[in-house]
Design a protein around this ligand. Structure first.
Ligand SMILES: Cc1cc2nc3c(=O)[nH]c(=O)nc-3n(C[C@H](O)[C@H](O)[C@H](O)COP(=O)(O)OP(=O)(O)OC[C@H]3O[C@@H](n4cnc5c(N)ncnc54)[C@H](O)[C@@H]3O)c2cc1C
Length: 368
């Protein structure tokens, strides 16, 4: 179907900046760019009717890293990069709170907890607290909280670490608020528009979609786990995360966000229900995929975990199951880099993109 002259001069006109992907990264980037350059036209392209990747399908933890995650990161990439990354996440969470009232995104400073499988991390507790105190603003970011094991009714738990400044939020409501903010800033959108190929010329960047070719001065690629379709050599791997949510549990004792096994398992209360996700490390190879399905193997494994650790001796029924796709790399740091003078990649947000995306957006706006 040929586009009409009216369509070509409005919906499909050339823009100053096009962003591919309407997840947290694409939306925060659009906001940061428009705030910095109010006169520039900004268009976000999203392949689906709603953003579908990780942002609308995650666990809603407003977190910046559990004790063992921080230690594991420091072993992989050194303390300097680890501390910088924690700072980026803490600042990102602060930015979310500055932009949106807690009740509009169901933000709750519920406190975060980590169940330790063994106590080896405890020997580094003081060192980690010392390294993070200027970032979090408290001298004990993590502390022992074993008295709460019984209070929460947890099974198979010897040691519980508490982090008082971790919270939870509603990812769908956060996306809604971000979209609202984008509309207020006159950022434009084309949903249901998948970019199939990118072609940079001396004068612009051209984007092929199924129905139309779009043109822009500058391009931001915020397609996270799906970036390999456009840039096969990019250094990331997709990582599916599977989730289940229980039906309402009468007298649920558990409250807060919980991490287990270096963050491979995560669970929280959602009102009086339990949301549980993870276990990817039980089936790494099959979970390295961009397919949005769930597997019987991992869902059974999660149910077993729910039965043994979270709700021992309690009956429960599962109400919902789904999956979302993250992007991982050798390091946890996101890729924020200029691919050319006209193109910037902002991808590989790993498992803490809620907190990272606000700052990624700012960094991209500086690079534009
Ligand atoms: C199961 C699960 C649980 C998680 N839990 C948490 C958590 O509790 N806390 C936390 O901080 N983080 C969590 N994360 C990670 C977090 O959700 C991500 O890091 C973050 O959402 C990444 O945002 P993004 O915008 O970069 O990517 P995405 O949200 O994946 O957005 C990319 C968008 O690009 C679009 N797109 C892709 N290709 C194209 C194309 N060619 N053309 C047009 N559009 C395209 C996709 O449709 C998608 O909407 C979790 C992730 C998963 C999967």
């Amino acid at each position: 179907m040929n586009p009409s002259i009216w369509e070509l001069e409005t919906f499909y006109r050339k823009r100053d900046i096009i962003i591919i992907g309407a997840g947290f990264t694409g939306l925060w980037t659009a906001i940061s760019i428009k705030e910095k350059f109010p006169k520039k036209s900004v268009l976000v392209l999203e392949r689906s009717a709603i953003p579908i990747g990780a942002s609308s399908r995650n666990a809603g933890f407003a977190c910046f890293g559990s004790l063992t995650e921080v230690i594991a990161d420091s072993e992989k990439m050194g303390w300097q990069k680890t501390v910088e990354l924690v700072k980026m996440r803490v600042d990102g969470l602060q930015k979310i709170k500055t932009y949106f009232k807690p009740e509009t995104i169901d933000f709750e400073l519920c406190g975060g907890y980590e169940i330790l499988n063994n106590d080896s991390a405890l020997s580094q507790l003081d060192e980690v607290n010392e390294r993070l105190k200027n970032i979090t603003g408290i001298s004990e970011t993590y502390f022992l909280s074993n008295s709460k094991i019984a209070e929460f009714g947890l099974g198979k738990t010897n040691t519980l670490i508490e982090n008082p400044i971790e919270g939870s939020l509603h990812s769908g409501k956060l996306l809604y608020q971000l979209l609202q903010k984008c509309h207020n800033l006159k950022i434009e959108f084309l949903f249901g528009t998948e970019v199939l190929a990118i072609n940079e010329t001396f004068t612009s960047v051209k984007l092929s979609t199924e129905s139309i070719e779009l043109e822009t001065e500058k391009l931001v690629i915020a397609t996270n786990a799906f970036t390999k379709k456009l840039f096969p050599d990019i250094n990331l791997v997709p990582a599916r995360g599977q989730i289940l949510v229980s039906e309402t549990i009468p007298d649920l004792k558990l409250k807060g966000t919980f991490h287990y096994d270096e963050g491979f398992y995560y669970f929280r209360n959602l009102g009086n229900r339990i949301l549980l996700g993870g276990g990817r490390n039980q089936d790494f190879k099959n979970e390295e995929t961009t397919e949005f399905s769930t597997t019987e193997f991992l869902q059974n494994h999660l149910e077993q975990f729910l039965k043994e650790v979270i709700l021992p001796n309690q009956n429960f029924k599962i109400a919902h199951r789904w999956s979302g796709i993250m992007a991982m790399g050798i390091e946890k740091s996101p890729i924020i880099e200029k691919i050319s003078d006209r193109q910037i990649a902002a991808v590989r947000l790993s498992g803490m993109g809620v907190a990272l995306a606000p700052k990624v957006g700012e960094l991209v706006a500086k690079l534009i």
